[in-house]
Design a protein around this ligand. Sequence first.
Ligand code: GRG
Length: 295
Amino acid sequence: MSTLADFVSQVHRVIDNALDEIIPKEDVAPTRLHEAIRWSVFAGGKRIRPALLIAAGETFGAERAALINCAASVEMIHTYSLIHDDLPSMDDDDLRRGRATCHKQFDEATAILAGDVLQTLAFKAIATDENLSAEKRIKLITLLADAAGTPLGMVAGQQLDLDAEGETLSLSALENIHRQKTGALITASAVAGAIIGEANEDELTAIQSFAAKLGLLFQITDDLLDVTQETASLGKTAGKDVAAAKATYPSHYGVEKSHEFATQICTEACDELAAITRDTSLLSGLAEMIATRKR
Ligand code: GRG
């Protein structure tokens, strides 16, 4: 097995163990709520954001123990966003991570509450992490709060996306939505790892530029998968973008040109790593993995 594949599967295990510790068990009252949270968290997500956070942290020499809670936190914020995104009032989807969406399996109110709990648990996991100094905890909480909830963050990106339904978007408007909706949390994940690893200002800037491009790459590949893969292999409903007449990279460029664009953005992302005089092969490996992913 290659080093990168080893790293990714190891992170998967470590993060699942951490999430299992942090999230109340199914038999804790109110049991329906905790069953719903665990239904969505342990449904087989790829754990890309935690992998990116841990790779960035270890690039700068951070101890694994100092990275785990923060990596679990970004996964909890991400899972909360997926649960809420799937709700009837938003994307209205029945399938996520290869199983029924949270509101389908439970009910809408429970799904909203499950997302709420995950978001607050995420911040608590950092606030109480004894492997991190008080100063780092505050920096990380602020970073993730900005990525999720400010006017330039994920939730605002979701609002822009909802507002754009049925509209013809320019490419720059489309990129702006993705920078916020998808890119903000991906960027914050990499920057969080670099903060824990005590990267200097120039290194933080390089990581930020790398990860911002990675966010865009992630979205282009997500759009491509929506039109090229089957629902069964994606674990979520394929073809939704076309059905909803959504502005996407394939709808702007066509499939072939979107692939070319993805390759170009992947190269540009990796070029940003040249400013870092460390071994950045894990980070460039993750970028290539995202560029060629099949789900
Ligand atoms: C509802 C607050 C709120 C925000 C929604 C993340 C998001 C913002 C919406 C999800 C819609 C979507 C499909 C965006 C495309 C990119 C994306 C986040 C894909 C899912 O992420 P993966 O592929 O999922 O990492 P897994 O299941 O592997 O974790």
